[in-house]
Design a protein around this ligand. Structure first.
Ligand code: ZN
Length: 460
């Protein structure tokens, strides 16, 4: 990477800010284009505009955004100024835009700390430029097949990125056999986090993403499962096994729709912790965030206390009140995440209506066959799920999937128009859960925010 001249830096930073301002005046979020524009002036501008910052990067299939929110909240609520790419623009252009717009006129960063969500495929481009102090890898699941190919390809992409920053400390999910294997062939210091306790009834756990040992190919066995292929795995043949995590959820005392009470173990010491977000996967996000915060060198009490009031963000367990109707939106984009959402909704124990939205645009991945791997039976067979609405470009596919999952035709309503969908939800006498995939989430969130007076996300 060549060192840019100071004038080039000043110009690139100015271009970045001007393009963003112009896009916002036109009412667009402008998340990637300002970065692209800045990079045409100075290719590695990000290396300059992030210089001197202390940065945590979060990557992995599921939980990136929530883990970032937890870290960011801990930093800001303890009085530290912190930058983060809240808009979800997590490719090189988006990260460049976020960091470069946050500089003074000379291109020097205005905040010392940053929490950056990074796409798995973009990690190798982003981390050599921003040289993060800590990299968190949340987990690896099958996701957007037609964008990255198999999950092993994604793992390789992450490994390539990590190898470029040997000084970064890794926080890895000990319970994910794929993620944990990253520790094997990189020189980086590694700290593990995980769950020391089984979740669910442990019967008929179906594993589709990482069934076989990454080293020798033999089928894994488990001391216990948490969800999908996550748990205390071991290989009976070569001995590859889950490492003892230094940050772990030791016991789950209770999970409700408002959050969870857990015992968190930090280097053998037990701490009672309240997590302000429901569902098991958020316990993994909490463990990841706590692990990263400690490794980052900040007092653990700060994040242990603040994690109770992290609320949902941007489609992840986000709550809306539409008239008198309580609506909770849960982004789903792959079978593992979707199953967790279905498990959560069907475990509520009182009546509700549910909306399933499926698009197949570029950001979603054009292949929607994953819906056949998700357990929609959990809601079609739940007597509390009163009516099921299907929406999105591929609503018919979802409808078909539900029929195969045993839903009677009378229970399913197909509505592709978001305005009419909003009206149906408004008239609901029950709480509504919306499970959209990415682009349908963006569209629905927009109409819901407008109807409930919420703000556009880039203002948040
Ligand atoms: Zn093995």
């Amino acid at each position: 990477m060549s060192k840019p001249f100071i004038l080039q830096t000043i110009l690139a930073a100015a271009v970045c800010k001007t393009v963003r301002r112009a896009l916002r005046l036109r009412g667009s979020g402008g998340t990637a284009l300002p970065g692209k524009a800045a990079m045409t002036v100075c290719k590695d501008i990000l290396a300059v505009t992030s210089r001197g910052m202390e940065i945590i990067v979060v990557t992995g299939t599921n939980g990136k955004t929530t883990t970032c929110r937890m870290l960011e909240h801990a930093l800001t609520s303890s009085g530290r100024e912190c930058l983060s790419n809240k808009s979800g623009a997590n490719l090189l252009s988006g990260v460049t835009a976020e960091i470069t717009c946050n500089t003074d006129w000379l291109g020097r960063p205005k905040t010392h700390y940053a929490v950056i969500e990074c796409d798995e495929g973009a990690l190798k481009q982003v981390v050599p430029l921003i040289r993060p102090k800590v990299i968190v890898v949340t987990n690896l699941f099958r996701d957007q097949l037609d964008r990255y190919g198999e999950v092993m390809h994604t793992l390789d992409a992450i490994r390539t990125g990590i190898a470029k920053v040997p000084e970064s400390i890794l926080c890895l999910n000990a319970d994910c056999s794929l993620t944990a294997s990253l520790a094997d062939d990189v020189p980086n210091k590694v700290v593990f986090y995980g769950m020391n306790t089984p979740v669910g009834d442990q019967k008929d756990v179906e594993i589709s993403d990482a069934k076989y040992c990454i080293r020798c190919g033999r089928e894994y066995r488990y001391h216990y499962h948490t969800y999908a292929h996550l748990g205390s795995f071991y290989c009976p043949n070569c001995g590859y096994k889950r490492q003892d995590p230094s940050v772990a959820v030791n016991r789950i005392l209770g999970i409700t729709t408002e959050g969870s009470k857990i015992e968190m173990q930090l280097d053998g010491k037990i701490h009672p912790v309240r997590v302000g977000l429901p569902a098991v996967y958020n316990l993994y996000n909490a463990a990841a965030a706590i692990c990263a915060y400690r490794v980052f060198g900040l007092p653990e009490e700060e994040i242990l206390g603040s994690i109770a009031d992290v609320r949902s963000s941007f489609g992840r367990m986000e709550n809306f009140t539409l008239g008198d109707v309580r609506i909770q939106m849960i982004l789903v984009k792959n079978p593992a995440g979707c199953n967790q959402a279905l498990e959560y909704v069907s475990g509520i124990g009182s009546d509700y209506n549910v909306v399933l939205c499926l698009n197949d645009r570029t950001a979603d991945g054009h292949d929607i066959s994953w819906i056949w791997d998700a357990d929609f039976e959990k809601i079609t067979q739940d007597p509390h799920a009163r009516s099921i609405l299907v929406s999105g470009d591929r609503a018919e596919d979802m409808q078909l999937r539900l029929k195969y999952a045993g839903a009677e035709e009378s229970r399913i309503t197909l509505e592709k128009d978001n305005a009419r969908l909003l009206q149906i939800m408004k008239e609901s006498t029950l709480p509504v859960f919306i499970l959209p995939n990415y682009t349908s989430m963006l569209a629905l969130r927009k109409v819901l925010s407008e109807a409930t007076g919420g703000e556009a996300f880039w203002k948040g």
